[in-house]
Design a protein around this ligand. Structure first.
Ligand code: 5GP
Length: 189
């Protein structure tokens, strides 16, 4: 997606060989025009897949997932992050390591918002090692819903997340793929 690539070149700050800061468009401030365009692109790619629900994780996935859900005309559900593992029987909980925060968080979705009849599109802002997406995939699978695919705004393809999810036979669509952040330079695939 050229528009996103251009924005990343304009506002992206390479923090290390592994991390790029996109606070100006994804993680702190939101560009509504760009976000709407990203949602439209995800909706176009999954237009034939009879999606009934978009699922993401708070917080940075929500704007893009909302835009996709609006385009697909389906509800959005976001997994919430909890400080302690919620053992309530009416929620699905999974423990996931956080790539950027260097700690473990528990994510949860109330059972009432995911059903066996759902055809789910999972959306997130970044994929690095894939732990966040995999936690959410486990929740979707436990609910009995069908995971149709995963939509990621920025895939860092030098990290293993996207590849290992594709190896599970799951369709992963990323809007841009960053091949390297070495030496402070953003290199797209
Ligand atoms: P993963 O679980 O795939 O290792 O990491 C995914 C999560 O970590 C994303 O939802 C995102 O919030 C955060 N993340 C991973 N890599 C980056 C990065 O390079 N920049 C920013 N801003 N967030 C990242």
């Amino acid at each position: 997606m050229e528009l996103l690539k251009e924005k990343i070149k304009e506002v992206g700050i390479v923090v290390s060989d592994e991390v790029i800061k996109l606070d100006a468009i994804l993680n702190h401030a939101i560009d509504p025009v760009l976000t709407t365009a990203m949602g439209r692109e995800f909706a176009r790619r999954f237009a034939e897949d009879k999606i009934t629900k978009v699922v993401t994780i708070e917080s940075s996935g929500i704007p893009i997932a909302f835009a996709a859900a609006q385009e697909l005309n389906v509800p959005l559900v976001f997994a919430r992050r909890k400080k302690t593992l919620n053992t309530a029987t009416d929620t699905y909980c999974e423990r996931v390591p956080s790539f950027t925060k260097g700690m473990v968080t528990d994510i949860m979705v109330a059972k009432e918002f995911l059903h066996e009849s759902d055809r789910v599109l999972l959306i997130d802002d970044f994929i690095a090692n894939g732990d966040a997406a995999k936690g959410l995939i486990r929740i979707i699978q436990r609910s009995g819903a069908t995971l149709v695919g995963v939509g990621i705004a920025v895939e860092k393809s030098f990290q293993a997340g996207g590849r290992s999810i594709r190896e599970q036979g799951i369709r992963v669509e990323s809007l841009v793929r960053i091949a390297s952040l070495a030496n402070g330079a953003i290199r797209f695939e």
